[in-house]
Design a protein. Structure first.
Length: 567
């Protein structure tokens, strides 16, 4: 659910901080006060397209923040994990800055993201329905997914099985098409891979070998310099000369040790001389060992040069370092193995594709049957909802169109679209083509009542979906929105007193001019204030005592109805 909303320098809103609760919240106020602007802000946080005219005149940027609780929303949690945006407490902070220059900056839980990622997260949190924008419900391509959501576990299992078979079939069919499309190209690719893999594998490469051999080559190539330096250094520290540095340091060390107990400074010098003596002894041993180990093998140097030249040739072809050459060889070997496997089974490849296709069609047929059973249950459920909305004569149907042969889809063998017949004697029409207005609002509410739980979004927003209705139909719509609020948090912009009265909470949106600038304010209403506001919605500019009594009675009746609906 949406817990907090912060808006700064957005349209005619300079600064606004709102807290929202569970259940149904009504946003009321005069036309043009800024109610839809608040919904626009939430829509932008959910990833809708931003525009520079959203930025308040004179401001550098508009700032939007929305804090959501996604504890009970597994879809949101899954998307957050997918993009490494998850948090320990399952809260989701969406932020968006829209600059007057056109730049957009989006964040999810403090991480910079692009608008596509923001939209992927946002659409699991918020579902916005307006007078002319009903999102999934008016997009035929989404109807199949909605039908599947309504299905039972058996349907979900069949869908999963079908999708697995479809992926296998597409993989095998793709390999066959590639092979059939250009046998010569296939053979050339196979020969090239065989040569490359053989060349790299025969070199028996090791990732750090080039570094090791280069060091050994440098030692052998500079043998004379190294030998001269080692022998000269060893001679300085040896007993061959009349003056031996080690003997001299040893004598100095003994002399200082004799007086070390007389002064700490003498003791320190004696210790340093002792350390120098033993260090030089170690150096003398190391030099002697290096001198003894020095050998020059011209054949070894030649072998190393040839090996390094091989490395250079391979790196020119396959990568600029041995690790990259090795990686290329592994990738080429994997592709070669796949191609050789297909080649080995070339005679059976067509039969394998045909067999997988038959399996796909068989499972697809079962899936279609399960979907049609589900469609009947969905139709019955929607007719019940429409009857409660005074549309008992309206007929809802689910139309199935089979896909063409060899044109199977990743989601099955069906094209599904919702149809509606609103008046007896008229032909059923696609839901997406029905004119907007009171009928479409009620149809959308009937569908949303059924799909509210399966949609999984935490917040549903209705932007004046009650336009064009009144009387008992208005009350029926109010009841449906209140019912939906038992499954998800609902925010509802409305001009109908019946809908406002059914809400658990009500905010009054007002517009005023101060210091030559237009500002929008939002006020949470107390019970007494709600009476005044609903009376205004009933009576208009002049609120009479009768209107106040009517508003008070309407709120009492709404509380009783709300309690009954949620039992």
């Amino acid at each position: 659910m949406l817990q907090e909303l912060v808006i700064h320098d957005f349209a005619i809103i300079d600064h606004l901080e709102l807290s929202f609760e569970t259940g149904m919240t009504a946003l009321t106020g005069e036309t043009g006060a800024g109610k839809s602007i608040i919904i626009d802000a939430v829509s932008l946080l959910a990833g809708s397209r931003g525009r520079t005219d959203f930025v308040r005149t004179g401001a550098a940027k508009a700032e939007l923040q929305g804090l959501f609780d996604a504890t009970s929303n597994p879809k949101t949690v899954a998307v957050l994990k997918q993009f490494d945006l998850d948090t320990d407490d399952a809260s989701v902070l969406l932020q968006r800055d829209i600059y007057a220059s056109g730049r957009n900056i989006c964040r999810v839980n403090g991480h910079l993201v692009n608008t596509s990622t923001l939209r992927a997260v946002g659409e699991t949190l918020v579902d916005i329905h307006g007078q002319n924008e009903h999102q999934q419900l008016v997009h035929p391509e989404s109807h199949l997914g909605l039908l599947d959501q309504f299905g039972d576990d058996h349907l979900q299992e069949l869908l999963s099985e079908y999708q697995t078979l479809y992926a296998q079939y597409q993989h095998t069919a793709s390999a066959l098409r590639k092979k059939q499309a250009n046998e010569q190209e296939w053979a050339q690719r196979l020969d090239m891979l065989q040569f490359q893999v053989q060349e790299i594998q025969s070199a028996n490469l090791h990732a750090d070998e080039e570094t090791t051999l280069t060091a050994e080559r440098d030692r052998l190539a500079n043998f004379q310099r190294i030998s001269t330096a080692l022998n000269a250094s060893a001679a300085v520290l040896s007993d061959e000369d009349d003056v031996n540095p080690l003997d001299q340091i040893a004598e100095a060390m003994r002399n200082m040790q004799e007086i070390a107990d007389l002064d700490p400074a003498f003791a320190s010098i004696a210790s340093e001389l002792e350390s120098a003596y033993y260090t030089l002894q170690d150096v003398q041993s190391d030099l002697a060992r290096q001198v003894d180990d020095q050998t020059f093998d011209e054949g070894r140097l030649d072998d190393i040069e040839k090996r390094l030249e091989l490395f250079l040739q391979l790196e020119r072809k396959y990568g600029d370092s041995l690790p990259k050459v090795i990686a290329y060889g592994q990738k080429a070997a994997e592709e070669l193995a796949n191609m050789e496997a297909f080649d080995a089974d070339a005679s059976d490849l067509e039969a394998q594709v045909e067999k997988q296709h038959e399996q796909l069609l068989a499972v697809g047929a079962k899936l279609t049957k399960a979907r049609k059973t589900t469609a009947k249950a969905l139709v019955d459920a929607i007719h019940q909802q429409l009857a409660a909305l005074y549309m008992a004569k309206t007929i809802f149907s689910v139309q199935f169109t089979p896909v063409a042969h060899n044109a199977e889809r990743p989601d099955g063998l069906d094209v599904v679209e919702f149809y509606i017949q609103t008046n007896p004697g008229e032909a059923a029409k696609p839901l997406a083509k029905i004119a907007s207005g009171g009928e479409l609002s009620r149809i959308m509410l009937a569908l949303k009542t059924i799909f509210a739980k399966s949609d999984g979004v935490t917040s549903i927003i209705f932007d004046e979906v009650d336009t064009g209705v009144s009387g008992r139909v208005a009350q029926a719509i109010a009841n449906k929105i209140s019912t939906i609020a038992t499954q998800s948090q609902v925010l509802c912009i409305t001009h109908l007193p019946q809908v406002a009265a059914m809400s658990d909470h009500e905010y009054l949106i007002q517009k005023a001019v101060a210091d030559g600038r237009t500002k929008t304010t939002v006020t949470p209403l107390t019970q007494t204030q709600r009476v005044d506001e609903i009376a205004r919605m009933l009576a208009g500019d002049t609120v009479t005592e009768l209107a106040l009594e009517h508003a008070s009675e309407l709120l009492k009746m709404a509380a009783t109805t709300r309690e009954q609906l949620r039992q």
